[in-house]
Structures are given as structure tokens and as C-alpha cells.
Write a protein of this length. Structure first.
Lengths: 284, 254
């Protein structure tokens, strides 16, 4: 009895992938789109029913039309480029020192002991709280905006790299010592790959903070960029333009994160594999 | 690889301010197989670390000499866990420590070493996490072997695998030892394993620990695991170990 009950589902699940009809596969692809479709439909319905006035919440088709018009005039592209350029510079200026300083602090024990308590204390300050001080110091020019973004990116990258380098399995370090790998090869084959997962986590966290700081910088003082579109749309009572900017942020943020996620999967391929190699011994 | 002669002359080792080993003297002939047993935490691993050079002796002298030319002896270590680098494929883990002028040569040596531990060829390009415990430990053995050691240190290398795999790995180790002629020093909890493999079993005991007793095993190989003489020896060593444990308990109570 028990045997039958156990074996029957196994047989079925084995044959399932091949027998799965194409209709189901397409349905599988569609599933993630159900909720967004419902949201857009609900949005349209609410405005069409007059529950919210169109000047407060324009219907989806108006937002699409505005987006089309803005891109036709090249306006959208200009703002996108301005934002991306700032983010790219800020990211570079934040992530590179974050990796270098995090690694150095993590690798040099006395430096770590000297810096860690201070750094952990600073960590308690929400990073956006630094913004006013930065404005005081660096003014409201383009440089200040980039520095601000760099600060936002730096902190999570630094913390994650520090933790990653400190968290490398000491047993592997001991292996490197016993086998006399030497400094360079220990760094190249043990420290770097060992810290990589944490470094990539830091880079992703840094990117999301980078987006947040781009908005902050552009909200406060800018004459271009998606953040500027938000402020401008608000002051000229154009919620459609605000929504276009918001959706652009969403799309760009998601795209950039997927890019890093893909990089992570490629670089950390050794973590992804699940299938195990069978020991051929019994037959050998 | 001709096997190194290992001489410990009254060594003492301090760890974290208290003495772990004291007055340990051993003379291990080149090419022999020595097993070290003793109660948990007695300092067996510390002794291996001292031989590997990662722990410094406070007093005494450690001499590891290889016969013939005066070149530095090669020492390899097999840890309790495989300690493979998870981001390198199986063969890369071995090639990383392989001698050789070119990458191709190192790869070839790595693959020869993996073949010597009977690893199936399709596991060569697998990631370490895809391997079973026994397979991973064989890769660790191959990694030690590829360095052409004169002295192979093994720290309870088979304690984490299942019983059947353990017996198999013991035979592989013996086969490699006979083939390559290195001196082997095996720390183990398993007295049966010790008497099956070794020429000599060294019993460490006391606090701080020192060599309490040495048992010479002159049975020819291959040995029969069911041999009555091995069983008798095992019983003697276990009795001596038990005496050590009682000593220790008495000490802590006093």
C-alpha cells in the first residue's frame, strides 16, 4: 500500500514537464503581469467613474500620451541622460572608494579595531540626514549633487565590503598558509572570491541608495533630471508629468538592478548549482 | 617523494598563555606511518600544526629532514573538513597547489592526482559543493598528494564521512602511501583506524600533554581488519586511553 502511494506521484511528476501543454507555459509567463494589469485597469476605472478628478490623477492613457509627447520632443531623453550621468559619476565615486577602503579596513586588523566602532556609530545616522550638511559645505552645484550621490553609494558599499572581508572563512585562510600560497595568491584565490558575494550585495545596496540620493539631489536643487521633473510637475500642477518621471525611475531602477543581479549570477556561478555529481564507486 | 624523517626533541607549545604540549619527543623514520591518538582536546591537532609550521614551538626542536639532497621537505595537510575553495572547480582546487612551470602541466598533474584517489572523471570539472563528503575528502587528499609531499599530515580526515566510505578512504590512503612513500602522520579518534593503518601508534595524554605510550605494529600489509592481533592491540590502546581519561577526570576534580 505504502509503496504504491509513494511511487505513483513520482511517476507523474517525472512525466509532467514533457507533457505540460504550451497553454500552461504561456499562462506561466503571463502570471506576473496580472497584478500590474489589474492596477492599470483599476486606475482607469477610478478616474473614468469620476471618483478622483482627472487633474489630480490623470488616466493611464493621458500619462502615456504625455510620455510620448515628452519623448518626441526629446525632453524625456534629456532628463533621463542628466539623471543617469549624475548617478553614474556618483556611483563610481562612491563605490570605488567604498570597495578599496572597506577591503583595507577589513584586511588590516589594527585599522579595523581603530575604525570599526566609529564607523558602526556613524552607521546609525540615516544617510539622507547628511544632506543639509553637504549642501552647506558644497553648495548646490553639479559637483555637490554628484558628491551627495557618492556619499549615499559609499556607505552601504563600505559596510558590506568590510563585513565580507572580515567574514572570510578562517579555515580557508589556514589552508592557504599551510600550503604556502603566499600573499598574492591568497588574495587572488581566497580573499577576493571569498569576499565577492558580500561585495556584490554592497554594490546592489549602493545602487538603490544611489537612486534615492539622485532623487534627493534633484529635488533640492537641479534644473534637469527626473527629480527635477517631479518638482516641476508638482509646481505646474501636472500630475501626468510627475507620473511619467516616477515610472521612469521605476523602469530604470529595475533595469539597473537586474543588470547587477545578472552579473551576480554569472560571477557567483559556483553558488548556484544544485545538481550533485554521483559517486561512481559502487560500479567501479 | 622519498619520505621525511621527523624528529621532535622535547618540544613544548603554548597556546593563548597556557601550555598545551610539553616535552614531546618523537623520532619518526622516513616513510613510516604514525597514528596519534589521545583524549579530545589533548593537543593532537596542535602537534600537527607545529609540524606544518603554523604554530611555533616554545621550546625544543622540530626537525623534518628529507634524505639525500638538502632541499626543504614538502609538507602537505589534510584537514578534518575538505576545505576546498568553493569557487574553484575540483581540478582547479588541486592545480592551485600543483608544482609545474605551465598551467597545462599543473592541470595535468592535478588530473593525475585526482585519478590516483579514484575520483570519477566527470567530477573533475564539478564545483566542490556538488561533491559528496567522501568525494570532497578525496579531492583534499589529491590536493595534498599533488604537492609531492615528503610528510603528509592528516587531522582526523575521515571522521566526517559515513562508515563504509571511511573504510574505503583508509584503503585509498594506504595505497597512496605505499605508492608514493611519504611519511604519514595521522591524528585520529578511531583506534581501529589507527591500528589498521599505522606502523606505530603514539598516545598523547596529560595536561599539558606529552607522549604517554607508543605501540609498534609490525603486522605486514595488507592487513585483515578482523585480525585478532589488531583487535588485541586495539583493546590495549583503548585501555591506555581510558586510563588517560580517568587521570584527567581525577585531575580536574582535585
Amino acid at each position: 500500500m505504502a509503496v504504491r502511494e509513494l511511487s505513483a506521484p513520482t511517476e507523474r511528476s517525472r512525466s509532467q514537464p514533457a507533457a505540460r501543454p504550451w497553454v500552461w507555459r504561456i499562462a506561466g509567463w503571463l502570471v506576473p503581469w496580472i497584478v500590474p494589469a489589474l492596477i492599470v485597469a483599476g486606475w482607469w476605472g477610478i478616474v473614468a467613474a469620476g471618483w478622483i478628478a482627472a487633474y489630480q490623477l490623470p488616466p493611464p492613457q493621458t500619462v502615456v500620451a504625455t510620455a510620448r509627447e515628452m519623448s518626441a520632443r526629446g525632453e524625456l531623453a534629456t532628463h533621463l541622460v542628466a539623471t543617469l550621468e549624475r548617478l553614474a559619476w556618483g556611483y563610481l565615486l562612491g563605490a570605488v572608494p567604498g570597495i578599496v577602503l572597506g577591503a583595507v579596513t577589513g584586511l588590516v586588523p589594527w585599522l579595523r579595531r581603530a575604525l570599526d566602532p566609529t564607523v558602526q556609530g556613524l552607521r546609525a545616522i540615516p544617510s539622507l540626514a547628511w544632506v543639509p550638511l553637504f549642501l552647506l559645505w558644497f553648495g548646490i552645484g553639479e559637483q555637490a549633487r554628484i558628491l551627495l550621490i557618492a556619499l549615499g553609494v559609499f556607505l552601504p558599499v563600505y559596510f558590506n565590503v568590510l563585513a565580507a572581508v572580515g567574514g572570510i572563512d578562517w579555515r580557508l585562510i589556514e589552508f592557504a598558509r599551510v600550503y604556502r600560497l603566499g600573499r598574492w595568491r591568497t588574495f587572488r584565490f581566497v580573499v577576493i572570491p571569498g569576499a565577492l558575494p558580500g561585495v556584490l550585495t554592497g554594490l546592489r545596496a549602493g545602487l538603490s541608495l544611489g537612486w534615492m540620493f539622485v532623487v534627493a539631489a534633484e529635488l533640492i536643487a537641479a534644473s534637469s533630471g527626473l527629480g527635477f521633473l517631479l518638482v516641476e510637475g508638482q509646481s505646474t500642477m501636472r500630475p501626468d508629468r510627475v507620473l511619467v518621471a516616477l515610472l521612469s525611475f521605476g523602469v530604470l531602477g529595475k533595469l539597473s538592478d537586474s543588470l547587477l543581479a545578472r552579473l551576480e549570477r554569472t560571477v557567483l556561478a559556483w553558488r548556484e548549482t544544485i545538481a550533485s555529481v554521483q559517486d561512481g564507486e559502487g560500479t567501479a | 617523494m622519498s619520505g621525511a624523517r621527523v624528529r621532535l626533541d622535547a618540544i613544548a607549545i603554548d597556546l593563548g598563555g597556557h601550555t598545551v604540549l610539553t616535552d614531546v619527543s618523537l623520532d619518526i623514520p622516513a616513510g613510516s606511518f604514525v597514528a596519534v591518538v589521545g583524549p579530545s582536546g589533548v593537543g593532537k591537532t596542535t602537534l600537527l600544526r607545529a609540524l606544518a609550521g603554523t604554530v611555533a614551538a616554545l621550546a625544543g626542536r622540530i626537525r623534518i629532514e628529507r634524505p639525500g639532497d638538502g632541499s626543504t621537505p614538502q609538507i602537505a595537510f589534510v584537514f578534518q573538513e575538505p576545505r576546498l575553495l568553493p569557487w574553484l572547480r575540483t581540478w582547479e582546487n588541486v592545480a592551485l597547489v600543483a608544482p609545474g612551470a605551465s598551467a597545462a602541466e599543473r592541470r595535468q598533474r592535478a588530473e593525475a592526482a585526482l585519478a590516483a584517489v579514484h575520483l570519477p572523471e566527470r567530477a573533475f570539472t564539478a564545483w566542490p559543493r556538488q561533491l559528496s563528503g567522501g568525494m570532497a575528502q578525496r579531492v583534499a587528499l589529491a590536493r595534498a598528494l599533488v604537492t609531492e609531499p615528503d610528510l603528509l599530515l592528516l587531522d582526523e580526515p575521515f571522521s566526517a564521512v559515513d562508515a563504509l566510505t571511511r573504510l574505503r578512504l583508509q584503503d585509498y590512503l594506504l595505497e597512496l602511501w605505499e605508492r608514493f612513500g611519504f611519511t604519514a602522520m595521522l591524528v585520529t579518534h578511531d583506534v581501529e583506524e589507527a591500528v589498521y593503518l599505522a606502523d606505530r601508534v603514539v598516545l598523547l595524554g596529560g595536561k599539558p600533554a606529552t607522549v604517554r605510550e607508543q605501540f609498534t605494529i609490525e603486522l605486514p600489509r595488507p592487513r585483515d581488519r578482523g585480525d585478532a592481533r589488531l583487535a588485541a592491540l586495539r583493546a590495549r590502546i583503548l585501555a591506555a586511553l581510558d586510563a588517560q581519561l580517568t587521570d584527567q577526570t581525577a585531575l580536574t576534580r582535585a
